[in-house]
Design a protein around this ligand. Structure first.
Ligand SMILES: *Cc1c(COP(=O)(O)O)cnc(C)c1O
Length: 406
């Protein structure tokens, strides 16, 4: 993979505060003054850029965070939003109109799936769901009406890796845009280098990493970002998912530690995956040699950041999954909670929580059963201690000799 030093880009961000502060000042204003009335009309007419008008349009704090994200994803520009779903819905609604079609991966975040499947058809935008790990399925699904191809670099919750290079070839050949959700794998993948036109993120997860707020981002060309906040036609401007300046400022500070956090998440997740696999449990983790896209991730990722902080364990039955999660919470392995990318381990059963928007038969097709437990591994300093606790929880939930049957 092209050697791209995204961590150096983050390290080198240099934004001064109003009085020479080492962090940029937080702009605590919803509106901005103009010295000349003419400048204000020029801004409304799009004749003048670089002035602040109203905080739903742009505010300086959001600008700093957007610049940092564009640096990280190596795109010309970026825009921050009040949630990951706002970034995704604004992007899609900016590109598509009634009659257009989307070809999407079938293993995506439950909210994204519900948006495509249930919500967008109200506006005449329909979606074909396919297995994006099989590029031929995508090529076959694309039609003259297809406006965009949508996938996640590392999918939720099955942790499948899509070859973005292949998706990009299909998108280019069919004159449509490739939108990639890189929420599970910041720094691990740089989708723009692999051919993605637009990269979306839920900042709520690894990038902020503190489980204290919800936010999102779109990273793309100047042209596309400008279209999103254009005063009279931009989805971000008109649907209004603006991020609060205080939150923007705190996310920017947390981003400074993302490179070291991503490495620790991945080290811990790999260690647990290897040990639990050796114990006979069924583990899904892209860093294990038995993962179907293990070779692909090695080929297209930045290896320094490993294979991510998520792993899935398959306990076959809902009752066992539930008891395992409750006992892990009792043992203080982490929290039984949705979401991911936090300093502390979070776990949930996607089959009956975050992916419950996906119909049962489709879940079965993708192997998303009720016995799956998804764990987002925290920054634990002593991962062997965590492993011992997890092992104890597993043994208390499963009867003797049951491991071998898994
Ligand atoms: C959480 C998540 C989203 C939605 O983000 P919010 O910040 O919760 O709106 C989208 N995609 C993926 C992969 C996610 O994990």
């Amino acid at each position: 993979m092209k050697d791209f030093k995204s961590a150096d880009r983050i390290q080198d961000l240099q934004f001064f505060g109003e009085f020479g502060g080492v962090n940029p000042s937080i702009t605590d204003s919803s509106t901005f003054t103009f010295l000349q009335a003419q400048t204000m009309s020029d801004v409304f007419e799009g004749k003048k850029e670089g002035c602040y008008l109203y905080a739903r349009h742009w505010n300086p704090s959001n600008h700093y965070l957007s610049k940092a994200l564009a640096q990280m994803e190596d795109t010309e520009s970026a825009l921050v939003t009040s949630s990951g779903m706002a970034a995704i819905s604004s992007t899609i609604m900016q590109i598509c109109q009634a009659g257009d079609e989307i070809v999407s991966s079938r293993t995506i975040y439950g909210g994204s799936y519900a948006l495509l499947k249930n919500f967008l058809p109200k506006f005449g935008i329909t979606t074909k769901f396919v297995n994006t790990t099989k590029p031929e399925e995508v090529a076959n699904a694309v039609s003259k009406r297809t406006k965009l191809i949508y996938c996640e670099t590392m999918s939720n919750p099955m942790l499948e890796i899509t070859d973005i290079r292949e998706m990009s070839k299909i998108a280019k050949a069919n004159n449509c845009l490739l939108v990639v959700d890189n929420t599970f794998s910041p720094l691990i993948f740089t989708p723009a280098h692999l051919g993605a036109d637009i990269v979306v993120h839920s900042l709520t997860k690894f990038i902020n990493g503190m489980s204290d707020c919800v936010a999102g981002a779109v990273c793309a060309s100047h042209e596309f970002i400008n279209s999103l906040y254009e005063v009279s036609s931009g989805a971000a401007m008109l649907l209004g998912p603006v991020l609060d300046a205080h939150r923007s400022a705190s996310i920017l500070k947390n981003m400074r530690t993302l490179p070291i956090r991503m490495q620790q998440h991945a080290r811990n997740a790999l260690s647990l995956s290897e040990k639990l696999t050796a114990d006979g449990y069924r583990i899904i983790y892209p860093g294990l040699a038995n993962h179907p896209q293990h070779a692909l991730i090695k080929e297209i990722s930045h290896s320094k950041y490993g294979s991510g902080g998520l792993l899935v364990i398959d306990l076959k039955e809902k009752e066992k999954a539930d008891r395992f999660m409750e006992s892990m919470q009792e043992a203080n392995v982490g929290y039984l909670a949705v979401s991911l990318g936090a300093y502390k381990t979070l776990f949930s059963a996607p089959g009956h929580s975050t992916s419950s928007e996906i119909p049962e038969e489709e879940r079965t097709m993708m192997g998303l059963t009720h016995g799956l437990v998804r764990l987002s591994i925290g920054l634990d300093d002593n991962i062997d201690r965590t492993y011992q606790k997890m092992k104890h929880c597993l043994e208390s939930v499963l009867a003797k000799n049951e491991t071998n049957e898994l």
